[in-house]
Design a binder for this molecule. Structure first.
Ligand code: GUN
Length: 300
């Protein structure tokens, strides 16, 4: 059997960013509105700092305004809520992203609930979670959808075309990735199974998957003999492991070399799903700016 075709998220994300950039320019030309993205980072988690910096940089590259709010780890929940209230009211801000995880003394659901659902470019507000959970298969996605799941579904649609009738197994049930990915695949008329740490005989279940999405945060957890020959495998994991000599490297949740010998399509780590997350955040921000201008959602 031939090696899996690698799904190049870097290339697809670059194309998406270019289309979003063109959408930003068009919106500005027609309405004078410049989409604005506010990022909020509480504390000094190193990985979060890297993510937030790249979000601000890409927003600026695409012609958006970017507003960077950094608060100390000692920030109270009330202070954070006051900032969110200000951003909700600010007409220059069309998207608000509160970087997760938040410090332990802050109740994350309280914060997600406080963001205006029409500025919720992460798609984490309960109203948007509910919209995704109740959407009909033919209905448009005219509300913000979580960025990483949206990126996964775009890569799958690009690689496979119609997803209808395929059996998708989603490994992981998190609210950030597993559940929304499953909802998007259900909307695309897949038969969806959500598996997790308590699922019995995971390898046998995975072998029934035409599409396998893995988001469990364990390096090289899914082995080659778990994969049905020819299946499409989307690896959402980003794990930093030791590579000897005090060096580290990034690996996914799937044993890459083993999977490559069996799968039909496979996303690499890095360079697969990762670049899609920021591109989809920009896509969501453009859509919310269009909504504010009274324009419909647009496929880009
Ligand atoms: N932390 C890890 N992934 C994400 C994400 O997609 N959005 C936010 N806000 N925080 C994250």
């Amino acid at each position: 059997m031939a090696e899996a075709k690698l799904i190049d998220g870097k290339v697809f994300a670059a194309g998406l960013r270019a289309r979003v950039g063109a959408g930003v320019a068009e919106l500005h030309a027609v309405t004078g509105i410049k989409p604005g993205l506010a990022t909020v980072l509480v504390g000094d988690d190193a990985a979060s700092q890297v993510y937030v910096k790249s979000k601000g940089r890409v927003a600026a590259e695409l012609g958006m305004a970017s507003f960077d709010h950094r608060l100390p780890a000692s920030t109270t929940e009330l202070e954070l809520l006051q900032l969110i209230t200000r951003l909700n009211k600010d007409p220059a801000v069309h998207g608000i992203l509160v970087q997760l995880p938040l410090p332990k003394h802050i109740v994350t659901p309280d914060i997600l609930l406080a963001v205006d659902p029409d500025k919720d470019v992460d798609g984490f507000h309960p109203m948007n979670v509910g919209r995704l959970g109740s959407i009909a298969s033919g209905a448009p996605l005219d509300f913000p959808v979580p960025c990483t799941p949206l990126g996964c579904s775009m890569l799958l649609a690009d690689a496979l075309g119609a997803l209808s009738g395929r059996h998708a197994v989603v490994l992981g049930r998190s609210t950030l990735v597993g559940r929304p990915v499953a909802q998007l695949l259900l909307k695309a008329d897949c038969t969806v199974t959500i598996a997790h740490s308590r699922t019995r005989d995971l390898p046998a279940l995975c072998r029934t998957a035409d599409i396998l999405v893995v988001a469990i945060g364990k390096p090289a957890f899914v082995r080659g003999d778990w994969i049905k020959p020819g299946a499409a495998v989307i690896d959402v994991g980003i794990n930093r492991i030791s590579a000897g000599d005090s060096k580290t490297r990034l690996v996914g949740d799937v044993a890459f070399d083993e999977a490559r010998a069996v799968a039909g399509h496979l996303t690499p780590v890095p360079g697969g799903v990762g670049p899609m997350t920021v591109a989809c955040l920009m896509y969501n921000t453009l859509q919310e700016a269009r909504r504010r201008a009274g324009l419909p959602f647009t496929a880009v």
